[in-house]
Design a protein around this ligand. Structure first.
Ligand SMILES: Cc1cc2nc3c(=O)[nH]c(=O)nc-3n(C[C@H](O)[C@H](O)[C@H](O)COP(=O)(O)O)c2cc1C
Length: 383
């Protein structure tokens, strides 16, 4: 039987001290220029007792900026900022991966270089989904994603080079590995969805080989840079966040990916489980969704690497129940990590969990609601 607190080999030379994952959570505390900073280093360092931290998602290029104040990983200043973060985590014995994305159509001209249209798998707009961008007066707020332009075939291939550079940057910044964000309606998932992806080129949605090609080429680039044991991928096969149409081929795509990722020796598949985000980032609300365990069992058989589930886990018992299904190796606790820097110890000891105020999830109020949550022991001593 798997135990939440036993150490776990992830892949390559990466060993985790427990099966607890802090999943990626955007906190919009970057410095101007989308640069990670010392405050973020403190925040991640405080949470280094997780087996694995996956840092908040990082933009692969300026064209990927769908939400103001998310960090980038495409220039030297950003790499130097991330170095502060990885050093802080490593000093405390932790392991940290970088989650890397391109938002694709989930963007807005006000954030795009030269105000150009967002980049899309096709020209189909995400009509019911918001991004955090500038209005006509330059004020930041939530507004509908812009009308995308369809990427040319050679632009898609060129993006692989952009990702390769970001993976090299992640390594230079001291990350232990990378996670490709292929979930929640962003560019990779836009390609994976056979309904949205009506392209007819080699990246087109008509066949499973073609619709997974963009993601798998990016995975290959990551494997070349870091080795397979330092590469993971996040998927949301049951979700439809960001106006993703329901996809009758979702299961075929997922199983094909499981096989192909396994063939490449990829370290882990990180599955967005049971909870799907609704509304925009600010609302930070989640809806229960149906997750088919029979499908997850097939994924398990097809993929020899590790599997992470994330969504709605708030207790040791619940995590143990999931581990006991035999379908999963690591459990991610998202929102609980916001207010409980010492979550691993709290779960182990059965100490109560603090709850964060949602209004502080994404703000620029610096340490408020970010680094000011005490560890339980320190907290009780003060009381
Ligand atoms: C404040 C906040 C920021 C998030 N940012 C990201 C992100 O950058 N990348 C991502 O893949 N998911 C992101 N998510 C989703 C979480 O990783 C996770 O899937 C979700 O919170 C559900 O898990 P939980 O119930 O354990 O919180 C975010 C969630 C929250 C609450």
């Amino acid at each position: 039987m798997l135990d939440l607190f036993e150490s776990q080999w992830l892949g390559g030379s990466v060993h985790l001290k427990n099966r607890i994952v802090m999943p990626p959570m955007t906190r919009t505390r970057t410095s101007d220029g989308d640069i990670p900073n010392a405050l973020m280093a403190t925040y991640y360092g405080q949470r280094a007792t997780a087996g694995l931290i996956v840092a908040e998602v990082a933009d692969v290029a300026p064209s990927s900026n769908g939400y103001a104040r998310t960090p980038g990983i495409y220039n030297e200043a950003q790499v130097a900022g991330w170095r502060l973060v990885t050093d802080a985590v490593h000093r405390r014995g932790g392991t940290i991966f970088s989650q890397i994305w391109h938002v694709g159509r989930m963007a807005h001209p006000s954030l795009m270089p030269d105000g150009e249209a967002p980049w899309g798998v096709t020209e189909a707009q995400a009509v019911n989904s918001d991004v955090f961008a500038h209005d006509a007066e330059g004020k930041l707020g939530y507004m509908r994603a812009g009308k995308p332009r369809q990427l040319e075939t050679q632009e898609v291939s060129a993006l692989i080079g952009t990702f390769a550079q970001a993976f090299a940057n992640a390594r230079q910044a001291g990350f232990d590995g990378v996670e490709l964000h292929a979930a929640n309606g962003y560019l990779f998932e836009q390609f994976l969805n056979s309904v949205l992806n009506t392209r007819t080129d080699r990246y087109g949605g008509g066949t499973v080989e073609n619709r997974t090609r963009f993601l798998l080429e990016a995975i290959d680039a990551a494997v070349r840079e870091l080795g397979p044991g330092r590469v993971g991928v996040r998927l949301s096969p049951f979700g439809y966040f960001n106006s993703m149409p329901e996809d009758p081929q979702a299961e075929e795509t997922l199983l094909f990916l499981a096989q192909e990722l396994g063939r490449r020796g990829v370290a882990y598949m990180h599955i967005v489980y049971e909870l799907m985000p609704v509304g925009n980032m600010e609302s930070a609300e989640f809806k229960k969704m149906h997750v088919d365990h029979a499908v997850l069992a097939r994924v398990r058989s097809a993929f020899p690497g590790k599997i992470i589930w994330c969504g709605g886990f708030v207790s040791r018992e619940q995590a143990q129940e999931a581990l006991d299904t035999g379908l999963v190796d690591l459990i991610a606790f998202g929102r609980p990590y916001i207010a409980n820097p010492d979550l691993a110890e709290r779960l182990r000891q059965g100490w109560p969990l603090a709850v964060a105020d949602r209004s502080s999830y994404y703000t620029r109020r610096g340490e408020l609601g970010f680094t000011d949550f005490p560890a339980y022991e320190a907290d009780s001593a003060a009381a």
